[in-house]
Write a protein that binds this ligand. Structure first.
Ligand SMILES: [Zn+2]
Length: 439
């Protein structure tokens, strides 16, 4: 009997000491909260964080055992989610297979995260290494933004002997049968979606119809690179799930909007991608911002500010067309957003040296505002909507029970979206993972 009692006492002591080591409870006080839902900011709030999650957001600030952090004057908003990026493609001013290695990809993930991007989808240009990095990333074994991947995308066959930089693992089926075999090979890696390229010279309808129906048999969604309104209609009829870029040749029609709503098709505008086709032909307002320069790989700043680079952009025969395509993308975003289509944030960052990771996601918010969204709408596109598109049920909104994933800002972006760049700190799962963006 005595032994049993002693045993119980020891157990209680162990229990007590384990409880003493439990993760600390943190209270953020006096903070302005933009919750990601599109609702106006709430001022002077107390955010209780426990076990990596938000316990409560309230006016109550008396929690005896909590570690208190006074964030008076600061604003928090959810981490950004980039549903269209590329990992391991660009390094310095180069694009190529040699950039697809663990060290470089982790550096990219850390850069995304230090800019407040908590999750990135690598859209179809990956190599086999991505699948082990993804597992490590999802289980918190590698730092930085959390990885999602479309694995190896689908492009049309290349003319004999030619290659495309950074696209070495891409499938290039010549027949629907080959496309089905490719999908089945890819499905074994459990991609988070499948990427197809549909453009002038892109894969043909009979091929992508086979890819989409085979992917759907396995419960995997298909995202399409596209440009033309006509392709958008054909892709919708074939059952595509995600438009990975804007429709840029014509204004979207009401039939497209109704079809997208009926099917729940997701729209990723990637406005920065289209802007970068001509932005550096002149000198953009952000060119000397430390927040921008810190996002660039070595040599890129020198590249984009050289006269011959500017001249090449301006003298590109497509220069005027690129500007018009961008303007059309802005018009279509506003139309689709107002029409009730699920718009999410993507930038195509990382696919080219000029598409800077981290900065592009903040510029994308600004461009969405240029298209006519309010700052709060743009933020909810990049947070709540983007998490919804990836099925991340406990992320993208700041409320009780959700993950404590957020950016702390020095300024409130409610009135001026550029304030999302005033990063003071980044928190993931209740822990601060970085401070201001290093200059
Ligand atoms: Zn892309």
């Amino acid at each position: 009997m005595k032994t049993v009692l002693l045993f119980i006492v020891v157990l209680l002591m162990i229990g007590g000491s384990i409880q003493g080591q439990s993760p600390e409870v943190v209270l953020l006080k006096n903070v302005t909260v933009i919750d990601g839902s599109g609702k106006p900011a709430q001022r002077n709030m107390s955010v209780l964080i426990r076990d990596g999650k938000i316990g409560s957001i309230s006016k109550q600030n008396n929690f005896p055992n909590a570690k208190v952090i006074n964030l008076a004057g600061k604003t928090i908003m959810p981490l950004l989610t980039n549903v269209h990026g590329h990992l391991g493609m660009s390094k310095g001013t180069t694009v190529g297979a040699e950039n697809f290695n663990q060290d470089h990809i982790i550096k990219e993930l850390e850069r995304y995260q230090s800019y407040g991007v908590g999750t990135v989808v690598s859209m179809g240009t990956d190599k086999e290494l991505i699948f082990s990095i993804r597992e490590a990333s999802r289980s918190g074994k590698v730092p930085g933004a959390t990885v999602y991947t479309a694995g190896y995308g689908f492009r049309p066959p290349l003319a004999g002997g030619s290659t495309e930089n950074g696209m070495e693992k891409i499938y290039r089926p010549a027949t629907p049968e080959e496309a089905i075999r490719n999908v089945n090979e890819l499905v074994a890696f459990k991609p988070d979606m499948i990427k197809i390229w549909v453009d002038e010279g892109g894969i043909k309808p009979e091929i992508y119809r086979a890819i989409i129906s085979e992917a759907h048999k396995h419960g995997i969604r298909v995202a399409a690179h596209l440009y033309y309104l006509e392709d958008a209609h054909l892709l919708l009829d074939a059952g595509v799930d995600i438009f990975a870029h804007s429709v840029r040749d014509k204004e979207v029609d009401d039939a497209l909007i109704s079809k997208m709503k009926a099917k729940g098709t997701i729209y990723i505008p990637t406005l920065t991608r289209d802007g970068y086709e001509f932005f550096y032909g002149t000198t953009p307002t952000w060119i000397n911002d430390p927040f921008f320069k810190a996002s660039l790989e070595p040599g890129v700043f020198e590249m984009i500010t050289k006269e011959d680079y500017k001249n090449r952009i301006v003298n590109n025969p497509r220069y005027q067309k690129n500007k018009e395509a961008y303007a059309m993308a802005l018009t279509n975003l506003k139309k689709l957003f107002d029409g009730g289509v699920l718009v999410v944030m993507g930038t195509d960052s990382g696919a080219q040296p000029v598409r800077a990771q981290g900065f592009s996601e903040h510029l994308e918010l600004q461009l969405m505002v240029d298209a006519g969204l309010t700052p709060l709408q743009a933020i909810s596109v990049a947070t709540r909507n983007s998490c919804e598109a990836l099925g991340l049920k406990d992320q993208g909104i700041l409320s009780a029970g959700m993950r404590a994933d957020f950016v702390v800002l020095n300024e409130n972006p409610e009135g001026d979206i550029k304030a999302t760049q005033s990063i003071y700190a980044v928190w993931k799962e209740g822990v601060q993972v970085s401070g201001a963006v290093p200059k």
